[in-house]
Design a binder for this molecule. Sequence first.
Ligand code: NAX
Length: 327
Amino acid sequence: SSAPLKVAVTGAAGQIGYSLLFRLASGSLTGGRPIELRLLEITPALKALEGVVMELDDCAFPGLAGVEIGDDAEKIFDGVNLALLVGARPRGPGMERGDLLSANGAIFTAQGKALNAAAADDVRIGVTGNPANTNALIALKNAPDIPAERFSALTRLDHNRAISQLAAKTGAPVTDITKMTIWGNHSATQYPDLFHAEVAGRNAAEAVGDQDWLENTFIPTVAKRGAAIIEARGSSSAASAASATVDAARDWLYGSAEGDWVSMAVVSDGSYGVPEGLVSSFPVTTENGDWKIVQGLEIDDFSRARIDASTAELADERAAVTELGLI
Ligand code: NAX
């Protein structure tokens, strides 16, 4: 269809927004189909957002059909086909985990309700703002008329980081790496799985042939990459997070590649022993805006322990937000 795809972005004046909006407007998501951007911010950030919109104007992107900005979620989400929930409260000094969960709970309960009231019938919702998995859970529980399958949280950045590390280790181009999986939470407990990944069609764990590297270098490097970026750059990953947000949305709407899969945090149906209802990362294939968890992978004891540890953390987060009355 040539009607513009209506895409909402929250936290649009933030770091990730500054990269994401230009990727979206230049056609990275929709190819030739025009896009209409609907940008949500908190009131004090609207002036900065106006400046970003001036820059979007100045790019004269041929596929950008319109931009609307505002601080009212229900107005901004009106008729959107895709909502990218990027804005969130970062953990400040002295903030406990409970404080972080309740600050973000307030944001994601309100946005879930606004999406429920205003979004298009075909809406897909991707959550990038942290704690992404639990924020997605809060939003979906507050949007009872939107099927839970329409919500996902971003683990594509972790997935892309894992591909990049494996490519560097094996000397293979990233295009030779397939079937990468991130399991669990987008946090330090995530489990990047090389036992099902492939390098030019060969099992990745075998191709690497180095269990010590896999366990003591690869997994921690991927899981702690966010902290390494902050240490080097002085601020958190933004361009790569924006790029992964586009990759995830594009594959969701337009389909994953034949013979491959992607990692997405989606509501668990109990597959692979992940407790039902948690928003946890799985290997998924996508087609026509729907995802399916890849079935039948063998999970050995090493992988089992790591998947269980990460999903136990998600279950703790769910218990905490239940206790806070957010879901
Ligand atoms: P910034 O702090 O630069 O930007 C966040 C923006 O969100 C701010 O402009 C703020 O005004 C806005 N905001 C806050 N509350 C809002 C609300 N209720 N409605 C609309 N806008 C609101 O953060 P940035 O670096 O852009 O990161 C955004 C989020 O992504 C953070 O939560 C961050 O932790 C998370 N990340 C997630 C990643 C992932 O892979 N899932 C990786 C990158 C990133 O760390």
